[in-house]
Design a protein around this ligand. Sequence first.
Ligand code: PLP
Length: 454
Amino acid sequence: MPSRHGIDISKAQALHQLELRRFAESRPRSRELSRSAERHLLFGVPLHWMEDWSTPFSLYLQAASGAEVRDADGHVYHDFCLGDTGAMFGHAPDPWRQALAREAADGVSAMLPTADAVWVAEELSRRFGLSHWQFALSASDANRFAIRWARAMTGRDKVLVFNGCYHGTVDDVFVDLVDGAPRRRDSLLGQVYDLTRHTRVVEFNDLPSLEAALADGEVACVLAEPAMTNIGMVLPQAGFWAGAQDIIRRHGSLLLLDETHTISSGPGGYSQAYGLRPDMLVLGKPLAGGLPAAAYGFSAELAARAQQAKRAAPPGHSGIGTTLTANRLTLAMIRVMLEQVMTDAAYQHMFLMSQQLADGLQTLIQRYRLPWCVTRIGARCEFQFCARPPQNGSQAGASQDAELEGYIHLYLLNRGALITPFHNMLLTCPATRAEQVEALLAALDGWLEQVACR
Ligand SMILES: Cc1ncc(COP(=O)(O)O)c(C=O)c1O
């Protein structure tokens, strides 16, 4: 029997053919829109990643509310994708929706600060323990700007990342470890510089390699997610961050934590939940409820160094910031999110739902004797095709199976459950209901019943 990861691949392939037909037959409006889109949209979609779903043509969104999404044909889905974190706190929660209508009426962008900016920075400082803040329109931009500040503050030109990372479209970090050597990620389009000159890369959870890579004192900052989430999840081993922070400080580098995804860990992110002390920290995606917004924070010491670096530079373009950044509306919406939506109570419920999901997945893995594992960080949960949780990016990458993922995702989608199109990530939000979790688990059970080898 051709088995992969405990799944009979022939059966899974045959079932997938039926699922492709089932999808197509019941979504005439999405099909029609997809056909029309090909005329004027590159790849027939407004952003080419939108092709990455497992569907034979695009699923068109009509509306989204709470933990549900409705497509253009009227089908309603339990949403565990949540816009790949953009809607981590639910689609259009009531306080956000009301504030948007109210605030939009008072204008968007005037290149002037507002009282909300003062309130937001104070609240971010309280939550994340960093004293000063700046804003950006996306987490990609926030990471880009934070790296620029780190270089300006330290006078060093190199950055270090962990193998298999993703921090948005930041060119500097599109470098992988291939046979022990850094190599520009093959998929990166249109980049002509030798990225390996200024970027070092080591495996996550590997303290000796980190020490060796920082030893010459040339690295401005280590940019990292506190737990990797983008190559499948990789959790830090016990003592990893204590050791890593010590090494980073000893070599005069800065720790830049990207909490764009690990904000799922709690109101102060992973760093507050687990006592990490970053020099800089990045937030994005759900910060303004899915409107374009990001923030990055500096420790008090670094805030002084950053201001000094800018004052010491000649006047003119700094390469940091964009015209619409930190606009009035965005800051107002971030305030609403922090004040009324991203609350302790919301997190408690999200964790409860995610635990229910993780427990249910574990039960299925045992029932079908699958060599899979489940990893959870707060409201973010993932099943991976390896018997034990991966310890670094290489191991996590090796456990991925795009074909199998596509089969699972489409089967679930046809039964009313959406999960992220990239690996097997499942998010829960304050509006997620226990019966939605049970529906997703039942659908996965149905798939496994037909294709698991046992
Ligand atoms: C950890 C992390 N940082 C940054 C980003 C970039 O976010 P955006 O695409 O909103 O710029 C992502 C996107 O997935 C991410 O996962």
